[in-house]
Design a protein around this ligand. Structure first.
Ligand SMILES: [Zn+2]
Length: 245
């Protein structure tokens, strides 16, 4: 409606608190829509603590996935000559790194503040770059594929993005970073294996295979490697071993 909006967060489940993109359900499942940024955001940690903890944790997965998304953006710049907005990339990466390195958890105000600021900064990074690139790469293609292939069974956005990011980091050969990200996701009670959100390995392989079709034109490690079904299966087995399942 074009009205000025003040966003009052009741949850920290994703980086859409203050972003130019809204994810809405439609007849085809789910889509991303451009929306105006709020003129102000209010985040009261007393309110956030009332939210189901699983959904607050989801925001951790979404914030951490920035790290993988930025690597995809850099890959697209190298391979395809895509422009990188350095400020947007720095903001999104630092938001992800701050959450990754913070020793606390969802019970601490200090951690919740870093998470809240990270999610808001990520939204602003998307406004700066003019699209979702700073926060959405292979991690989010995998998330969208879960939503589209299994609309009734899909887990939360951040749970799927965190798993997608840890797997994408492994695919790009960043094995140690992938294992560390998986370790942090686990510490916060987030899934790192498809079984932990009720999916079989075969279903996950199908998700990864379908993922590039969810964002035509977006170049990530998935489009770059263009893996066959068997190669995805092998890569997954290697990932599960590397993160110590
Ligand atoms: Zn997201």
């Amino acid at each position: 409606m074009g009205l000025p909006l003040v966003a009052v967060a009741t949850n920290l489940s994703h980086d859409g608190l203050c972003s130019p993109v809204a994810t809405l359900d439609n007849d085809a499942g789910r889509g991303s829509y451009g929306v105006p940024n709020p003129i102000a955001v209010v985040i009261d940690l007393d309110v956030i603590r009332e939210a189901p903890v699983r959904f607050v944790r989801s925001g951790i997965g979404d914030a951490l996935s920035n790290i993988s998304a930025i690597r995809d953006w850099e890959l697209a710049a190298r391979e395809r000559g895509e422009d990188i907005d350095g400020l947007a990339a720095a903001m999104a990466r630092q938001a992800g790194e701050a959450v990754l390195r913070h020793p606390g958890g969802v019970g601490d105000d200090g951690f919740l503040q870093v998470l809240a600021e990270g999610l808001v900064l990520t939204g602003i990074a998307m406004s700066v770059s003019g699209d979702s690139r700073p926060a959405s790469g292979a991690c989010h293609e995998i998330n969208h594929a879960f939503d589209l292939l299994y609309p009734k069974r899909a887990a939360s956005h951040g749970e799927q993005c965190g798993l997608g990011a840890a797997f994408a980091m492994h695919l790009r050969g960043a094995r140690e970073e992938s294992a560390y990200m998986a370790q942090v996701l686990r510490r916060h009670g987030l899934p790192v294996l498809p079984e932990e959100i009720g999916f079989t390995v075969d279903e996950f392989v199908k998700v990864v295979e379908f993922a590039p079709q969810t964002r035509p034109g977006r170049y990530t490690i998935l489009e770059h490697l263009d893996l066959s079904t068997d190669q995805i299966r092998d890569a997954y087995a290697d990932y599960a071993k590397a993160i110590g399942s």
